[in-house]
Design a binder for this molecule. Structure first.
Ligand SMILES: [Zn+2]
Length: 408
């Protein structure tokens, strides 16, 4: 079941029992390249101000959380392996490091259990209980940069049915609130609406809760909204990106920013995926802009051998670097060679191998003629380019959020 929905249900039931949560609930996205994960690889956490000695209240919280998870989890699904962690105390340095590992690399259930034992956190594993890895990370994650997402939920009788959201109102909302909200639309594509059968009606992402409330008021729907919640999240912060000082230091299943130059001109394979090899003094890696990145591929196709670039993205199981955005650092000179012109003005043609050039118009022959190098204009700028909204990962920071494009 959708984790954010579970979070909302639990928080609602806590409220009914006069238990308020402290601050915003959090939606923390973890490493997008982990193989065993839910689709968005997200975990939810929230905090309650509670007296450690008030065991009655603590037990009630635990009861409500566990009851909802047992009732609402789709346990028949092989990939559903929920986990819950309860932790009383302050967030330690070790916990913060653990959460960064959960975002940057791959952790095991044992890793989560080990830390939980050490910090005296209580864990509940359902089935394989893989969810405890993310739960512990969601509790521990320190957010320097963050965004918010408002989520609205449908009535269960509408699950699986077409969402009744007034499209025009979404465009209006975008017009009024962008860039304080973002990732709303992509041309004709509506990005606030999930394209799967889940309890979410829509989700709007933004910089603060006030703008999200304004945005929600603009969006018109023709179906019941069961409820809504605002999560504080690490979405669109690039928290998943590690700085790689050289290509040879990068590993599979992790995300990086890395600089280098093109070893060859990009090539296109069947299905419309664009590939090239990125190189530096330490090694090389294959990089790709896949078909779903649509027009972004046109930018990549314009690159040529020798261009200096910086890539942001991650390395999947095949070892290929999946590009999320690119900064063009230094464009190489693109030279094309043309036949020389005759004194009569006509462009000459080859007179045969090593025989120079001849003019078809006036008959002039130039046995020592050489091709002329012409510098072609590059239809690219030395700046950032990013994948379109519809192909963007939850964690990828859009350029509109990057305050200083020169520092990155
Ligand atoms: Zn001529």
């Amino acid at each position: 079941m959708c984790t954010t929905y579970l979070g909302w249900k639990i928080i609602e039931e806590l409220k009914e029992n006069k238990i308020e949560i402290d601050g915003f609930p959090r939606l923390i996205r973890l490493n997008p390249f982990v193989r065993f994960k839910t689709r968005g690889n997200g975990a939810v956490s929230f905090r309650i101000a509670i007296d450690e000695k008030d065991t009655e209240k603590i037990d009630l919280v635990k009861k409500i959380v566990l009851k909802n998870i047992k009732e609402l989890s789709e346990l028949d699904c092989e990939n559903t392996n929920p986990g819950v962690v309860f932790y009383i105390g302050d967030i330690t340095e070790e916990m913060i490091n653990y959460s960064m590992k959960a975002i940057h690399s791959i952790l095991t259930i044992e890793d989560a259990e080990k830390l939980s034992n050490k910090i005296n956190a209580e864990i509940y594993k359902i089935k394989k209980g893989r969810g405890i890895i993310g739960s512990l990370a969601a509790i521990s994650c320190h957010l320097n940069d963050f965004t918010y997402e408002i989520l609205t939920y449908r009535s269960s009788k509408n699950y699986g049915k077409k969402r009744k959201i007034n499209k025009k109102s979404i465009y209006k909302m975008d017009e009024k609130t962008y860039p304080l909200t973002f990732e709303n639309i992509d041309g004709k594509y509506i990005a606030i609406e999930p394209h799967t059968s889940c309890p979410i009606l829509y989700g709007i992402r933004g910089e603060n809760m006030d703008i999200l409330k304004i945005a929600k008021d603009i969006v018109e729907v023709e179906e019941e909204i069961k409820g809504s919640i605002i999560y504080k999240t690490n979405q669109h912060t690039d928290i998943h990106i590690q700085k790689a000082d050289k290509i040879s230091n990068m590993e599979k299943y992790s995300c990086y920013s890395v600089s280098g130059y093109l070893k060859n001109d990009p090539h296109i394979i069947e299905g419309g995926h664009v590939f090239f090899t990125l190189k530096d003094e330490s090694g090389e890696i294959e990089a790709a802009a896949y078909e779903p990145t649509k027009n972004f591929r046109k930018i990549i196709k314009k690159l040529i051998k020798g261009d200096q670039i910086k890539l942001f993205g991650g390395i999947g199981c095949g070892g290929t670097f999946n590009i999320e955005k690119i900064k063009i650092l230094d464009l190489n000179k693109k030279i094309k060679y043309e036949n020389p012109k005759c004194h009569c003005g006509k462009k000459m043609t080859s007179a045969g191998l090593n025989k120079g050039f001849k003019c078809k118009k006036c008959g002039f022959k130039d046995p020592n003629g050489k091709k002329i190098a012409i510098e072609e204009e590059r239809d690219l700028e030395e700046k950032f380019y990013e994948t379109p909204v519809m192909a963007r990962r939850h964690l990828a920071k859009p350029l509109i959020r990057m305050k200083n494009l020169n520092d990155n």
